[in-house]
Write a protein that binds this ligand. Sequence first.
Ligand SMILES: [Zn+2]
Length: 449
Amino acid sequence: MSKNDIYWNPVLETLPAEKLQMLQLKKFKRIIGWAYNNSPFYRKLYKDAGFEPGDLKTRDDIKKIPKTDKGMLREVQSRAPFPYGDILAVPLNEVTEFRQTSGTTGTPVYQADTWQDWEWWSECWAYILYAQGYRDTDRVFIPFGYNIFVAFWAGHYAAEKLGCEVVPGGVLDTEARILKMQELKCSAFMATPTYVLGMADTARKMGIDPVKDLFIRRITCAGEPGASIPTTKRRMEDSWGAKVYDHIGATEIGAWSYECTSQPGGLHVNEGFFLIEIEDVETGEIIEEPGRSGKMVVTALDRIGKPCIRFDSKDVIQWADHGCDCGRTFRIIKGGVIGRTDDITKVKGVLLAPTAIEEVVRSMSELGNDYQVTVSKKGDIDDILLEIEFNTGYETKKEEVLSRLKDFLRVKVNLGFRIVVHPFGSLPRYEVKSKRFKDLRKEKDGGGH
Ligand SMILES: [Zn+2]
């Protein structure tokens, strides 16, 4: 196979690390100069900190540049131009795309992109899809609402760019989408893990076995961590008889990472378009070594309408200590996003990441896909309630399964849980993104994200 058959961009994706770093620095200088000269918000942020674009000479200087965060992005929206605020680095008439974040609490962040940015979005997604084996022979179904959230919009355009045949599953309901996928013999689709599992359930209720009666070979997931949680990934792959690949991106940042067909246990960062720094949560030091987790500080090196520079994403990630068989030199973050600094919380003095609970619950075939976790305070003591469902046919093995679940949780999460079993089908079902983890202690303080 020639390099052109493996990589979307054979030059960039195999660039040696030193050259990649030189390119990132060059692009960083360009975007910071652009933001300083064109965005009143960035200009003030840097002036107040005594920083000027000319001060950026080496890669090491990057960490001196002030960071941005979601709170700042919300705050600027109270200023002109409406509705984006003075972070905008282009005249308003150059904005062609409106999107917004889907944050469950607080004001959404409005996202402006120019046409150039929009082409950049689909280019970033082209790396993702090509690395996951999409080719011009694929017929790709997109079961997504085509609304104000960026979600799979850019995935749609990127699939077209690759030459795939794209079927927009817009306003159809789940049953109609399944029938359309069957009728057209679609070979791939993109959805959140919650929806991937939900669609398979719906198909089976309709008497359609996704493995035997449909033709899906690959699924691209985004929006939730499930495709990087091995047990959830396996559930999805078994339900569809297809390979499931992860992608992580964000409205304010862009499509910054992707799993490739080698599935190295993590995602490649698209280092041609993004600079990822991992910052130690306690010391603020930038972590270069693998295996040590911290929060992600990210720069979109080419986004011009509303630049994203040293954005504190609150995602917790770590570098992998290995490369990838696929030959890409883009570094790998191990296991995807492990959690968020908001969600990783101390319970009974132990650090708890909600993804670890998901991994345990989804590892047991006797348990249903749906569960809920609620952390609260009973007096001075933290209480963790885990609500689960048994899959039909396993009710008689209840005691044995519950004791195994408790053991797994103790080993993996190192905490005791109060477990309540509900009849199958009675816990809340989520259509697109799930909200399975509730920390009532935080909600009292007005926290959350
Ligand atoms: Zn790879």
